[in-house]
Ligand binder design. Structure first.
Ligand code: ADP
Ligand code: MG
Length: 252
C-alpha cells in the first residue's frame, strides 16, 4: 500500500472576482521510504498542497489517503518545516523544540529527553538555552528541523526549507538532511520537499513532481536515477536539471 495518495485533489479559494482555482485535479502517490521533491512556479499551490497533506486544510474536492485511510483532521504522523523557520522568539531553542510535543501529550520529562536527542541530531548541542535572535539563519532552520523531527514523524513535509539561507549553509544542511533521512535509527522515512531550487530537487530526491501554475496541475513525475551522493559535475545531473527547467518554462 502507498504511504500517501492524493486522488483528484482540487482546491479553490474565494476571491474578489469569484472563485480562484489554485489546484486542479492533482493525483499522485508516495511510496514507503521515498524522498519526493515538488517544484513549480510561485503561486501554483505548493504550500496549499502541503497543508492538505498534513490535514491543516481540506481539499475542495478529492481525497488525501494516508496508509489507505482518508485523513480526518491533523495527521499526527506528519511534521512541517517552514521556509521562515516559524520559531517563537520568546522561547529558548529547547522550548521551541518541545512545542509540538506538548500538543501530542508527552509528559515533561519525556519532552525534555526527546528535545535533547534531536537538538543533538541537528548539531545544536550546547545551544539548548539560546534564543532564536542569537542564532544564524542556518542554526534557526536546524531548530525548525529538530522541532519537526522531535515528534518522530514518519513523513516530513518541508516547504522551501533552505531558500532563505546563504548558499554554503544550504549545501551543508542538504547533506545533513540526507544523512538523517538515510539513518535507519531515525523514525522519519519519507520526505516531501517543496522547492523552487531545481538543483536541490535533483540532488536530493528519488522523484521530482513538476506542477504547472494557475491552477496547479501535475505536468511531470520524474524518477531521479542518479547515484548518491550527487553533485552537479556528475554525468546526467545537468541534463535532468535542464529538463525540469524546460518543463516548468513550457507551462508557465
Ligand atoms: P505556492 O506555495 O506554490 O507559491 P500557495 O499554495 O502559497 O502557492 O498559494 C497559491 C495561491 O493560493 C495563491 O494565489 C494564494 O494567494 C492563494 N491562497 C493560498 N492560501 C489561501 C487562503 N487561505 N485564502 C485565499 N487564497 C489563498
Ligand atoms: Mg509556498
Amino acid at each position: 500500500m502507498a504511504l500517501l495518495e492524493l486522488k483528484h485533489i482540487s482546491r479553490s479559494f474565494p476571491h474578489a472576482k469569484g472563485i480562484l482555482p489554485v489546484i486542479a485535479d492533482l493525483s499522485f502517490t508516495v511510496e514507503e521510504g521515498e524522498f519526493v521533491a515538488v517544484v513549480g512556479p510561485s503561486g501554483c499551490g505548493k504550500s496549499t498542497m502541503l497543508r492538505m497533506i498534513n490535514g491543516l486544510m481540506e481539499p475542495t474536492s478529492g481525497q488525501v489517503l494516508y496508509k489507505g485511510r482518508q485523513i480526518d483532521g491533523i495527521n499526527l504522523e506528519c511534521a512541517l518545516v517552514f521556509q521562515s523557520f516559524a520559531l517563537m522568539p520568546w522561547l529558548s531553542v529547547k522550548a521551541n523544540v518541545e512545542l509540538g510535543l506538548e500538543a501530542r501529550g508527552l509528559a515533561p520529562a519525556e519532552r525534555e529527553k526527546r528535545a535533547s536527542v534531536y537538538i543533538d541530531k541537528v548539531g545544536l548541542d550546547g545551544f539548548e538555552e539560546a534564543y532564536p535572535r542569537e542564532l544564524s539563519g542556518g542554526m534557526k532552520q536546524r531548530v525548525g528541523l529538530a522541532r519537526a523531527l522531535a515528534v518522530e514523524p514518519q513523513l516530513l513535509l518541508m516547504d522551501e526549507p533552505f531558500s532563505s539561507l546563504d548558499a554554503l549553509t544550504a549545501i551543508t544542511l542538504r547533506e545533513e538532511l540526507l544523512d538523517l533521512w538515510q539513518d535507519k535509527s531515525m523514525p522519519v522515512h519519507n520526505i516531501i520537499m517543496v522547492t523552487h531550487i531545481i538543483e536541490e530537487a535533483v540532488e536530493l530526491a528519488d522523484r521530482i513532481l513538476v506542477l504547472s501554475s494557475s491552477p496547479g496541475r501535475l505536468v511531470a513525475d520524474l524518477k531521479v536515477e542518479l547515484p548518491r551522493p550527487r553533485d552537479r559535475r556528475q554525468e546526467g545531473f545537468n541534463a535532468l536539471t535542464d529538463k525540469v527547467f524546460s518543463l516548468i518554462e513550457e507551462r508557465a
